[in-house]
Write a protein that binds this ligand. Sequence first.
Ligand SMILES: Nc1nc2c(ncn2[C@@H]2O[C@H](COP(=O)(O)OP(=O)(O)OP(=O)(O)O)[C@@H](O)[C@H]2O)c(=O)[nH]1
Length: 681
Amino acid sequence: MAKELCSGVTALLSINTWQGQQHHHHWARSQLSPLPISATHRLTKHSRFRVVCQSVETQAKTEIYDPEFGAKVGQDRLLKVPVSNIRNFCIIAHIDHGKSTLADKLLQMTGTVQKREMKEQFLDNMDLERERGITIKLQASRMRYMFENEPYCLNLIDTPGHVDFSYEVSRSLAACEGALLVVDASQGVEAQTLANVYLALENNLEIIPVLNKIDLPGAEPDRVIREIEEVIGLDCSKAIPCSAKEGIGITEILNAIVERIPPPRDAATSPLRALIFDSYYDPYRGVIVYFRVIDGRLKKGDRIYFMASNKDYFADEVGVLSPNQLQVDELYAGEVGYLSASIRSVADARVGDTITHYDRKAESSLPGYEEATPMVFCGLFPVDADQFPELRDALEKLQLNDAALKFEPETSSAMGFGFRCGFLGLLHMEIVQERLEREYNLSLITTAPSVVYRVNCVDNETVECSNPSLLPEPGQRRSIEEPVVKIEMLTPKDYIGSLMELAQDRRGEFKEMKYITENRASIIYELPLAEMVGDFFDQLKSRSKGYASMEYTFIGYKESELIKLDIQINGEPVEPLSTIVHRDKAYSVGRALTQKLKELIPRQMFKVPIQACIGSKVIASESLSAIRKDVLAKCYGGDISRKKKLLKKQAEGKKRMKAIGKVDVPQEAFMAVLKLEKEVL
Ligand SMILES: Nc1nc2c(ncn2[C@@H]2O[C@H](COP(=O)(O)OP(=O)(O)OP(=O)(O)O)[C@@H](O)[C@H]2O)c(=O)[nH]1
């Protein structure tokens, strides 16, 4: 167990400890403060022990014998400081501008973690996150920082960097008094940065602009400062130039956090109100809740009450994040920590919920709580029907840790048993799919994502429909409404035309365009969400050579002329290929989709017609010709080419396919509607 001792030299330590009647002796070689040493024996507050420090340089020995020392060691690491010495902050940055690198450097510089303890990046914990280089879940860490001979406790709350998780971002901002605004000095302000800065300003945070990557030859800090001032209207006279990679400017940032970010309000005597900014499921301890105490105190053993989910528990364990969990007895207003209370699902302790005492409830909960509303749906079917129970178990397990994931059973004559799942956005959907396949070893067929439509029926009822194949028949419906989003694209001026064309093609309604600097513009459109869930983002990136960025917010539902397009393969309707499209696009989509399917579906031993229909009317048709009988298959002998062929066939057999009637349809076909060429849309 690692414990932090104080001193300042590289030393050889001889540690003698007594626990009850037992005496233990350890040697450890370590540079003392601020780096922790590790002792295999458990040191507790009540251990009596003797520490002998021997300087490696001078060989001089110093002996410390202090039965109280254990308590001091504990305190040092747990760091209790007055509320005026606490600073709670987060980092706002566009993807890839260096948020995680900076966070890691801050942890290192304050001695919170040692370099060798750090995996590639400490704050991004999940494998998937590390692989994709993006932050998905929030984490937090406290740091100890000495400023003008006084210890300060700096709590860094990490924020996810993707629009799908903007609600989580808003809650972690609400747990802070300040934010570092990190902008890549070789790039500039991006849409994501803007959206998060506005959120931070709404939460009255003190913002410290930081210009990262000044080590790069292409860095233009002055231009970027002007951009931040013009676009956001933030005073950048005290912006800090830094290189998170090279460790330049880190001390200035730490000093600015202490000097410029206000301490939390001292409200330890009010009834308890703590804001949950993250939670995750631990299979051994139940849900671990990360929170910031806004008012009052929270003690180990307290009976607590979650105001939104209406559940009560006993707080079995309360502690701080350093960044590993360290237990404490109590946390008071201003502090950030975690608790565990044998909670079975994260849905009971949702991000944004308020924790109060069961016996002394706060009058009102903290503002800003929202239920997670899935915006994007898709069907998930096991390739092998036997895996259905495993898929259900896996989804249930994932849901324990992800309150935003929704699912319900779905049956389709073409696909068999599966689930209709709801996600916050496309990235969330991809993450869940990947985790199901990787962590649970499932082989899945995923249908193209769909949004939730509102169907106004002739009997004046309104039904919500997230599955195109279940859309009420034309005779039963009066109108269909679809979700609409407002998007803001930030782009260098050279790509304005191409991006406007993209938005226009996707049924976008132009709202506003303004130049934010002489070379960059902001373009605002309102556009159906359904048009966004496809490859809009990829298109935006490829049309702007990666320079444009975007941000979207849901603004409401709007009536639109929509119809259902069905696909028949070999005369059989394939419901998972049904899509809802705008009337004007039905013919071109139908044509493109049948052509695409013809390319994707392997040829069979017989001729296969592929048709697109609206109701019973066929609007486009293609046909897949039969393959000749494989005469070579009957060949006998050890011919190498024959073996190769067999191997190839075997490999093909492993490809994900779903037999629809007699036809094998590969996974790509189900996503075909997303990949239709731009020209036809
Ligand atoms: N040259 C240079 N590169 C940097 C610096 N800071 C970060 N980088 C690099 O920029 C890339 C992105 O950095 P990250 O810290 O992963 O970015 P991020 O903002 O955390 O990204 P998300 O986790 O996706 O939000 C990495 O390849 C870093 O090595 C810097 O100061 N100088």
